[in-house]
Write a protein that binds this ligand. Structure first.
Ligand code: FES
Length: 146
């Protein structure tokens, strides 16, 4: 499967053999550079990922807990065995990056808001809105951003 994809990419690159605008050559259908002028203060749009990007293995996500992926601004949780949830890892109060998961809660370091790992509902602190859900896919033991 990867061989065919690599061959296809090679063919595409070979077709672009004239490099008149090397910095503008952005292969692939998801060149969404024009949509980056988001007015939202946080990256609550995990769909901005160019493709289904591998994020983690299911074994990386503890049952009854979760894991924060700061680069992707996503938190993946596993409230019960085999059930994975994902949310934007940005506090809905003042947009601080959520920094840890403990006791079934996702914690914000700024003003101590806490969100349930099961559904992102705020249960403590000043945050009033739930964490926006993020889209993931679980294929076998691989978790990817959808
Ligand atoms: S920014 Fe998270 S509690 Fe204020």
């Amino acid at each position: 499967m990867f061989g065919a994809g690599a061959a296809g990419l090679t063919a595409v690159l070979a077709g672009c053999s004239t490099y008149e605008q090397p910095s503008q050559a952005v292969p692939g259908p998801a060149a969404s550079t024009g949509g980056s002028s988001a007015s939202a203060p946080v990256a609550a749009d995990p769909s901005a990922a160019p493709d289904a990007a591998a994020l983690a293995k299911t074994a990386d996500i503890p049952v009854g807990g979760g894991k924060i992926f700061p680069a992707e601004k996503v938190v993946v949780t596993q409230p019960v065995a085999g059930e994975f949830k994902a949310f934007a890892a940005v506090c809905t109060h003042k947009q601080c990056a959520l920094d840890r998961i403990a006791d079934g809660m996702i914690h914000c370091p700024c003003h101590k808001s806490q969100f349930k790992i099961a559904d992102g509902t705020p249960v403590a602190g000043p945050a009033k809105d739930p964490l926006p859900p993020a889209k993931i896919t679980v294929t076998g033991d691989a978790i990817a951003l959808a």
